[in-house]
Design a protein around this ligand. Structure first.
Ligand SMILES: Nc1ncnc2c1ncn2[C@@H]1O[C@H](COP(=O)(O)OP(=O)(O)OP(=O)(O)O)[C@@H](O)[C@H]1O
Ligand SMILES: [Mg+2]
Length: 284
């Protein structure tokens, strides 16, 4: 079982190495990186290329670790007990009917190995990762209501992504293999663009990439545009049939690019950029 990139996803050598290391170590792969650098997509692509079903668990601020294991639906049981006919009362007696399986349970009991994505783990409260330590380590958990032990039939391939909004506890980090997806260099970015826009004109690609890296390298930006924003922007440039000249100024000075709203996402950044353009034009 080895991951070697895929047709839709450009994986750098060190990223492939990290995926394979986590498979070998049988530890979750913790992926960090700027928003839009392909963390979520990595799990989808690895699962697809290793031919495994992917179970996804998207974490929110209110998500609790227990929800990934199981939940006991006491409300339905109470309601059933009040309305119960003969068939219903049989159902009420058996508590198993009211245990709702979470994603981890499904992953543990699937009949073949699956990939499991725990997406944006840093959104949850600080206890969340700690609460999953044992389950991810030992690949088992206990259901108190039914006194069952759920053990993984096959160890799932676990991907965990984080946007670094919160620090993760050391005990949790110890159990993961870590990879930071660095922002793609120009060469890698070209490959990524090729995957999404195979027939893009070379001149447009070069001009758009220059503008993009100019914007991105502007010191003091609040939110730097990332891969997915560049792809959005290119899509617009193609759809609107923006001429090449609109991206290149003849004197090689920076200018505010068309449809800049795809790249810069707040007014301070747009103002900052406009100021720079203004200064360049007047300081010659
Ligand atoms: N290496 C890559 N190869 C191909 N496409 C990529 C790559 N990296 C990013 N993309 C494109 O960027 C988009 C965003 O990727 P994705 O949703 O995986 O980012 P993310 O890191 O999970 O972002 P967030 O932190 O905001 O959730 C993808 O849909 C894909 O189109
Ligand atoms: Mg994501």
């Amino acid at each position: 079982m080895k991951f070697q990139g895929s047709q839709n996803y450009v994986a750098t050598q060190d990223l492939m190495l990290a995926v394979n290391a986590s498979i070998t170590l049988k530890r979750p792969l913790l992926v960090k990186g700027e928003p839009g650098t392909g963390k979520t997509m990595l799990a989808e692509e690895v699962a697809q290329s290793l031919n495994m079903p992917l179970l996804q668990w998207h974490i929110k601020s209110t998500t609790k670790a227990q929800q990934g294991l199981y939940e006991y639906d006491a409300v339905s049981r109470l309601r059933d007990s009040q309305l119960a006919d003969v068939e219903g009362s049989e159902r009420v007696k058996d508590i198993h009917n009211y245990i709702v399986k979470g994603v981890l349970w499904q992953a543990f009991t699937a009949d073949r190995p699956v990939a499991l994505l725990i997406d944006e783990i840093d959104k949850a409260d600080i206890e969340f990762p700690n609460d999953l330590l044992r389950e991810l380590d030992r690949m088992e958990f206990f259901v108190y209501e039914t006194r069952d032990l759920v053990k993984a039939r096959h160890r799932p391939l676990v991907f965990i992504t984080s946007n670094n909004e919160k620090e993760l506890p050391d005990a949790f980090l110890r159990r993961c293999f870590f990879h930071y997806i660095r922002f793609p260099d120009a060469e890698t970015m070209k490959q990524i663009i090729d995957v999404h826009f195979p027939g893009l004109k070379r001149e447009l690609l070069t001009a758009a990439m220059k503008t993009f890296y100019d914007v991105r390298n502007l010191p003091g930006l609040k939110k730097k545009p990332s891969t997915s924003e560049l792809l959005d922007w290119l899509k617009l440039l193609v759809a609107e049939d923006i001429p090449l000249e609109a991206l290149q100024s003849k004197d090689d000075k920076v200018s505010v690019p068309p449809l800049v709203g795809a790249l810069l996402k707040n007014e301070q950044d747009v103002t900052l950029f406009e100021k720079l353009v203004f200064m360049q034009r007047h300081n010659r």
